[in-house]
Every structure is written in C-alpha cells, then in structure tokens.
Design a protein around this ligand. Structure first.
Ligand code: NBP
Length: 485
C-alpha cells in the first residue's frame, strides 16, 4: 500500500538519502508496518524506490524538504542516510530550521563520532535530539536486519528504540540494537566494530596464507579447513564467507578466485579512524593498527617492487602428516589472536566511555554484534557472558575460561609465528597480538630503559621503583648525581 503526501502527517519515520543503504532501511521499516516518508536530493531515486518496491509497505514519497517534514508525525523522526561528512552537515542545515523542539534527527551514516558530538551539541541547543546511530551489515543487513548502535539521549531512545529494535537483526528472540550511550557513543562503537572487523579479516587472511604456504594446501582444501573451523569456537560470518571465497573458481581462467584478484587491500575511513583515535585515547589497539597498516602496505606498489627480490626465509612445505597437525596449530593461533584483538576493541570502548562520560554496557555491545553485522560470531555469546558476570572485568583474559584457552594456545601460537618468521611469511596481526599478550603479562618491561633515555637527552625525569617522587639524573656532571625534580 502506498500513502500519498496530502499534507496530513502520516509517517512514523522519514528517510532522506535513498542510495543502497537508505533505500533498504526504508524498505525494512515499511516491511515492519511503519509508514515511511521518503526523500532524496535527486528525486528520481525516490520515484524509483516507490515504483520498484511500493507494494512492500506504506511509503510517502516527497520531493521537497517542506513536504518531507510535513509528512512526519510528531515528534518527527527524520533519518539521514547520505554520504558521511559534508553532505550530512548540508542535510542537517536544510532540515533543522523546519523542525521543532522534541523532534529527532537520526544519522545512520558512518560519521566520525567527534562530528556526531559536535552536531548533537549544536542541535541540543535548539531542542532537537540528534541521534548518531551506527548501522552495520551493509545493504543486505539494512534490508533484512542490521545491527544498530544508536547514541543520543535516553529520551530519544524511548521513542526510537522500539522502531529500531523491530527492524534490527534478531538473535534468539533478542534484537541486535540497544541504546549505546549519549551523543557520539553509538558512532564510536560502530567505528570500533569496523576496527575489529579489520583485525579479524587480517587474522583470517594470515591463517589462510600459512595454510597455503606452510601446509602447502590448495584454496579448495583451505576452504574445507575453514568449514570445519566454522563448526567450532571460530564459528562466525567472516570464517563462513572466507570458506566460500576460497572454494570459488574464476570462470574465465579456471583458477582459484583468490589467485586472480590483485593483492592490494583497500581501507576506508573507519579502520583509520579507529587507529588514530586509539592513539588519542592511549588505547594499545595493536592488532587493529597492524591490520590497517597491512592493508596500506599491500597497496604500496613501488615499495613492494623495491623489496621484492630481497632475501627471505627458507621455504619447505610440510609433509602431509605434519600438515594435518599444523592445521590444529594454526587454529589455536588464530583463536588466541582473535581473542586479543576483540579484547583490545573492548578496552578501547571502555577507555572512550571514561574519556567522554558515556555509560556503555560492555555485555550489551557483545549481544548486539551477535547478528546483523560483519563480525557476528558465536564467541560473542561468551564475551557477553563474561561482561554480564562482571561489568568491571579489566580484560577478557581476566575471565577464567578465556585465560585457560589462551594458556592452552601458548605453544602452538608461538610455534606458528616462529615458523612463519623462519619462512619469511608476514604475520603482522598474529605477531602483534602475541606481542601485546607478552607485553601485558611481563613482570618487567624495558620501558624503564626508555625512561632513562628520555631523561638523558630531554630531562624528562623518571619515577623510581623504591621511592616516591620525581627524579632527574644530571647526566653531564661527574658522578651523574641524581636530584629530585
Ligand atoms: P552513499 O554514501 O553513496 O551516499 C549517497 C547518498 O548521499 C545519495 O542519496 C546522495 O544523493 C546523497 N548525497 C550526497 Br553524495 N551528497 C549530498 C548532499 N550534499 N545533500 C543531500 N544528499 C546528498 O550511500 P550509501 O552507500 O547508501 O551509504 C549511506 C550512508 O550509510 C553513508 O554514510 C555510509 O557511510 C553509511 N553506511 C554504508 C554502508 C554500506 O555498506 N554501503 C554500511 C554502513 C553504513 P543523490 O542521490 O542526490 O546523489
């Protein structure tokens, strides 16, 4: 059924920006019984949506901003799904003057959380709720049920929550949507989701590389390994699609698909933002950083050409019976590294909550990532259980089951990385995860020496292990006396 824009407000929600994401979200709302007002800068997109999918539910197509706003029930709920950045500001500037106090603007684009904080503060002054909302799951998720991470005020969530929860993915009867926290919290958590996604993808890619070049397996054989892994603790969407990609043969050449694709990975805003933000927050998000740098390095053609012929490690594929054992070893390494990468993500969310005054339920974050999003995985149930049991858990590795698994993974994890190093196979994410683990469990770190160096050349001072206070050594003076700074 299709309603018309006759001036009386009928729509519970309006979506402006009807490219792949907005169009599918609008259809998702309509399929769930909501009347949806439609708007797009270029009206042809609005007309196309109604022509193709008008019979899926109740739509109110509009062409002008005034018509669009007039179609919305009060308090008005206006969702922006345009290209993140300047376009979002342009759309806000266009619509905000037409709204009234109590109305809500929802930004479902991939905005930077600091932009969301700025926009929220500016609109709050005018009495308008601005809800920066992470939406994960790509165009399929938008249509069939995304994972939704709304920020903004609790008051706005009271109105929007039921609508978002209705259209989100559902896992065991629970919606993959929760109020994350105020102002930019939703977009922050979405950013970290994407950062973890980078790390997970890189870790899986490294596992593939090892099975290919150390075990000597073919892509279809590796697809089988991944299918098996997907029945166990690594059960996840990313492992599942990796198996499908590896089993795929290129029609034109008859070669494995993975062999005909250029090995230069791209990266867009969110992975980079996660790394930049991690540094600002002092969060040691090393696996995400390495995954992002690995993509960047893969695309540096001239640098790769300059290094290409330099010597590397020895290259002996394993014998078949060794290869079989090796698969289990790599599974341990992948799982342990993955736990570290996720743990780093949660640490970063906790750090941001402290910095920006957000109250974020860390168990809920795991719960809403179990469906609809790219990093959906069975083990998120366990992360959720860990943070439900103890919301102040300092790390996943403080939970006995995870700690036990990591302990059992020790030997194979180290073996895999050592074997990769001997053969000259790059495993930056595996290595950084293990280095992070070893850094944090070390009784004493060489950071003490670094403090000494800083004091030597920059008089940056240091703390002693045996006495309170701040000290500086007069390195240039005879006998190098120490003074209290
Ligand atoms: P795009 O990011 O490709 O944006 C296209 C839309 O933005 C069109 O509706 C376009 O209108 C509109 N737009 C632009 Br561009 N500049 C505008 C302006 N100055 N004023 C008004 N409208 C403007 O669309 P998308 O891929 O559907 O993504 C929408 C949002 O969702 C983005 O922020 C994206 O980061 C986010 N997101 C995307 C995915 C994904 O998988 N694609 C996943 C999760 C989140 P026009 O038709 O008139 O050109």
């Amino acid at each position: 059924m299709q309603a018309s824009a006759n001036g009386s407000p009928t729509a519970q929600i309006g979506v402006t920006g009807l490219a792949v994401m907005g169009r599918n979200l609008a259809r998702n709302f309509a399929r769930h019984g909501f009347t949806v007002a439609l708007h797009n800068r270029t009206a042809a997109r609005t007309r196309a949506l109604v022509e193709e999918f008008g019979d899926e539910g109740s739509f109110v197509p509009t062409e002008t901003a005034e018509e669009f706003v007039a179609a919305l029930e009060r308090p008005r709920r206006l969702m922006i799904m345009v290209k993140a950045g300047a376009a979002t500001d342009a759309v806000i500037d266009e619509f905000a003057p037409l709204l009234e106090p109590g109305d809500m603007i929802i930004d479902g684009g991939n905005a930077h959380f600091l932009d969301t904080r700025r926009r929220e503060a500016a609109l709050r002054e005018r009495g308008i709720h601005f809800v920066g909302s992470g939406v994960s799951g790509g165009e399929e998720g938008a249509l069939h049920g995304p994972s939704i991470m709304p920020g903004g005020s609790a008051e706005s969530y009271a109105v929007l929550g039921p609508m978002f929860e209705a259209i989100s993915a559902q896992v065991e009867g629970e919606p993959c949507c929760t109020h994350i926290g105020t102002d930019g919290a939703g977009h922050f958590v979405k950013m970290v989701h994407n950062g973890i996604e980078y790390a997970d993808m890189q870790l899986i890619a490294e596992a593939y590389d090892l099975l290919r070049h150390v075990a000597g397996y073919t892509p279809p054989q590796i697809a089988e390994v991944f299918r098996e892994w997907n029945k166990g603790r690594l059960d996840s969407y990313l492992i599942e699609i990796t198996a499908e990609i590896l089993a795929h043969t290129d029609e034109k050449t008859g070669k494995p698909f993975v062999d005909i694709v250029r090995d230069a990975a791209e990266q867009k805003g969110t992975g980079r933002w996660t790394v930049q933000t991690a540094l600002d927050l002092g969060s040691p998000t090393t696996a995400i950083a390495q995954a992002t740098f690995a993509r960047v390095a893969s695309s540096r053609t001239a640098l790769r050409e300059a290094y290409r012929r330099l010597s590397g490690g020895t290259d002996h594929p394993l014998r078949p019976h060794e290869a079989e054992r090796y698969v289990a070893t790599v599974e341990h390494a992948l799982y342990a590294s993955k736990v570290i990468a996720y743990d780093q993500g949660w640490t970063m969310i906790r750090d941001a909550a402290e910095e920006y005054g957000w109250t974020i339920d860390l168990a809920d974050v795991a719960a809403i990532w179990r469906g609809g999003c790219i990093i959906r995985a069975a083990f998120l149930d366990r992360i959720r259980a860990a943070y439900s049991a103890d919301p102040h858990l300092p790390s996943l590795l403080a939970e006995p089951e995870f700690a036990d698994e990591i302990t059992r993974a020790q030997v194979p994890w180290r073996e895999v990385i050592a074997a990769a190093n001997r053969r000259g196979i790059p495993v930056p994410a595996f290595s950084s995860a293990l280095a992070y683990y070893d850094t944090l469990r070390a009784g004493r770190l060489p950071a003490a020496l670094i403090q000494g160096q800083r004091d030597f050349f920059g008089a940056h001072t240091y703390h002693r292990t045996d006495r309170e206070g701040v000290f500086h050594t007069l390195w240039a003076e005879t006998g190098r006396p120490e003074v209290e700074a």
